[in-house]
Design a binder for this molecule. Structure first.
Ligand SMILES: Nc1nc2c(ncn2[C@@H]2O[C@H](COP(=O)(O)OP(=O)(O)OP(=O)(O)O)[C@@H](O)[C@H]2O)c(=O)[nH]1
Ligand SMILES: [Mg+2]
Length: 228
């Protein structure tokens, strides 16, 4: 039996969230910060990618992180080791960050630092391939990760994430030789959903593809602050 979905309630929620996202983006624009919303299913490698990204880019850009997890500061603590401000947001029972939560994070950034000094805000969303794609937080671009262990069909089964993404990283490429996975099939399925998304196969373990990813991040980030 199908459960009925209250479409009107869903639309109202998304509408309110969108207004908050636009408000957040106006603040980010005023501060000269580029914001990337990084999303994937649990464990696809978001934090591992951010570790490699921070290691490579903190010399050139002033970076802050908002780390969304239902509970714990485990990921936030991993990223704090790179010497950047990491604002942890625990979403409790919610499976995604929303614009109100991120607004709270921006207020904390504003309270503790001079936000105009930052160039780049990396938001690690809660691990979930569905809801984060629908709830904008004020980002300038959406980055989705899909690991090779998840199966070629995921872009077809979870279309919104792949339709919305500006950049898609196919992660854990080092594991591909051990799996029955067809990279060309993954890419073809992503292309069915999105003809323009930038697709980058990467491995946080071996470093494969990371320069292409870092170049993409550089291309969307304008340095305005003073490197620490
Ligand atoms: N072999 C391999 N393992 C990886 C790679 N990237 C991440 N992992 C492993 O995958 C697991 C999950 O990685 P995380 O970076 O924590 O994934 P996440 O998407 O941040 O997970 P959540 O925040 O819980 O959703 C860890 O055991 C990582 O070591 C990779 O490129 N290759
Ligand atoms: Mg993580």
């Amino acid at each position: 039996m199908h459960q009925t979905y209250d479409a009107a309630l869903g639309i109202n929620l998304l509408h309110a969230n969108q207004a908050g996202a636009e408000h957040n983006r106006a603040h980010l624009d005023a501060w000269g910060i580029t914001c990337l919303n990084i999303m994937s299913s649990p464990g696809a490698g978001k934090t591992a990618l951010l570790e490699r990204t921070l290691a490579a880019l903190t010399a050139d850009f002033r970076i802050a992180v908002i780390e969304g997890d239902m509970t714990t500061e485990l990921d936030a603590d991993r990223l704090r080791q790179y010497g950047v401000p990491v604002i942890a947001i625990n979403t409790g029972r919610s499976c995604h960050l929303d614009s109100r939560m991120v607004s709270g994070g921006l207020h904390r950034l504003e309270h503790e630092y001079n936000p105009a000094e930052f160039d780049l805000l990396l938001v690690e969303n809660v691990g979930n391939l569905v809801c984060p794609a629908e709830f904008e937080v004020g980002e300038h671009a959406k980055v989705a990760l899909l690991s090779v262990t998840e199966g070629e069909d995921k872009p077809l089964k979870y279309p919104i994430m792949f339709q919305e993404a500006d950049c898609l990283l196919i992660t854990k490429m080092d594991l591909a030789p051990y799996l029955d996975v067809d990279l060309e099939r993954i890419i073809a399925n992503v292309r069915q959903m999105n003809t323009t998304v930038k697709i980058i196969p990467v491995s946080a373990k071996t470093g494969e593809g990371l320069e292409v990813w870092l170049d993409w991040v550089r291309s969307v980030t304008k340095p305005t602050g003073v490197p620490a």
